[in-house]
Design a protein around this ligand. Structure first.
Ligand code: V47
Ligand code: SF4
Length: 383
């Protein structure tokens, strides 16, 4: 890396720390947010990313099941949920309908199903355990990444089970890992203003800690770009970094950009792309113990997701196949989020990175760096 000139002594000290591989403090992260140029944060994040992964950029082949958008909670940023009283405006999938979605992928080389949705008062622990068992009976090799800590907290409390017993129960039924949703912003005052009634920071962290202790991996998210300040983002990441120091069970950190269409926070303008890149870059620098930083392309748009590959990101999630509505309903450019393997590979190659298909736990499935994209479309084994 070329030496930077004209940096203030504080920024120069941070730059030296990152180059030396030393962890940065909360104060230093705040300085990066407030004072550093995008060029500096980007180049430092890129250094960390390339040390960990070189040019390797992961994607996976997955689909989502959203069992329902009926939800007992009313998060102000949510454009997707409907209260139980208005359930006629939403959807509630039966076990059979969800199994039909799984069966529609028979013979297709997907490796993961991501199950996440609203918190429906009648879809309980037994219902979802039944779903997990049916999926595993039908396709044992499909990795099931399912249920945010918000959904789990509600299911366990309703079933009057401890977190540990509830997690064991779902694990035995077939749950393999947890997605990162529901974290939003941990700070209690901000959380109170954007999602007052769902599980708090301590509850979210306890569920992930329990999953890690039981040998399951999980992801973590942060919802940014609304009413929070930089120090709230840092506080959130500090709590994640501390838990990761103790369990090592997190795979991926996913910053989620607040989108403002049709929700109770629509008066808040969305942040700029420069702000997005800063968020990705600083999370890569700060979360030194997280193996991966993911840009979830349906949320950010594919062009911006491609840009993040120069700002610390080494994973852009998956093919998704138009199976999620959360972000299209919140105003993302992607109304029907789906990318073919050829499109994902092309997007990664255009950024001069090495496309690698992964499983959920980052096992390498295929290195596409020397595969001609024209052959991907026509080779049934690849598509
Ligand atoms: O927790 C809801 C977010 C999350 C909006 O683990 C919104 O691999 C922005 O966590 N603007 C759920 N964000 C989805 C999620 C996720 C997605 C992809 C991959 C993984 C993973 C996890 O969606 C919620 C919330 O933070 N969200 N509404 C909105 N208007
Ligand atoms: Fe319900 Fe999740 Fe929407 Fe909150 S974000 S209202 S918990 S579906």
């Amino acid at each position: 890396m070329t030496p930077a000139s004209n940096l203030s002594p504080e920024l120069e000290a941070i730059r030296e720390k990152v180059i030396a591989g030393t962890r940065i403090s909360d104060e230093e992260a705040l300085l990066l947010f407030e004072k550093a140029s995008l060029g500096l944060t980007g180049s430092l994040a890129n250094l960390v990313r390339e040390r960990k992964h070189g040019d390797t950029t992961y994607f996976n082949r997955n689909f989502h099941i959203e069992p329902t958008n009926v939800c007992v909670f009313s998060c102000n940023f949510c454009s997707y949920s409907r209260l139980y009283a208005h359930r006629d405006e939403g959807w509630e999938l039966s076990l059979e309908q969800m199994m039909n979605i799984v069966k529609s992928y028979d013979g297709k080389p997907v490796t993961e199903v991501h199950i996440v949705g609203g918190v429906h008062p009648k879809m309980n622990l037994e219902f979802f355990a039944e779903l997990l068992k049916k999926i595993k009976a039908h396709r044992p090799g499909l990795h099931i990444k399912g249920f945010t800590a918000v959904e789990l907290d509600y299911m366990f409390r309703k079933a009057k089970m401890s977190i540990e017993d509830g997690m064991k129960y779902l694990k035995e039924a077939g749950l393999d890992s947890l997605p990162g949703g529901g974290a939003e912003i941990f700070d209690p005052k901000i959380r109170q203003q954007i999602c007052a009634d769902k599980v708090d920071a301590e509850g979210w962290l306890q569920i992930h800690e329990t999953a890690h202790r039981l040998g399951m991996h999980s992801n973590a998210t942060l919802l940014y770009g609304h009413i929070e300040k930089y120090h709230h983002r840092i506080d959130h990441m500090r709590r994640l970094r501390e838990l990761q120091d103790s369990t090592g069970g997190f795979n991926t950190f996913i910053p989620l950009k607040f989108r403002n269409k049709d929700n109770d926070m629509s008066n808040i303008p969305e942040v700029s792309v420069a702000e997005d890149m800063k968020m990705y870059a600083i999370s890569r620098i700060y979360l030194d113990n997280f193996p991966h930083i993911k840009a979830y392309w349906p949320m950010l748009g594919r062009q911006n997701a491609q840009l993040t590959l120069s700002f610390g990101v080494n994973d852009i999630d998956g093919t998704i196949d138009d199976t999620t509505k959360i972000y299209s309903m919140a105003g993302s450019e992607e109304q029907n989020p789906a990318m073919s393997t050829a499109q994902l590979v092309t997007l990664i190659k255009q950024a001069k990175r090495k496309p690698v298909e992964r499983g959920t736990l980052y096992n390498v499935i295929k290195d596409y760096s020397s595969v001609d994209v024209n052959n991907i479309e026509t080779d049934p084994a690849l598509n």
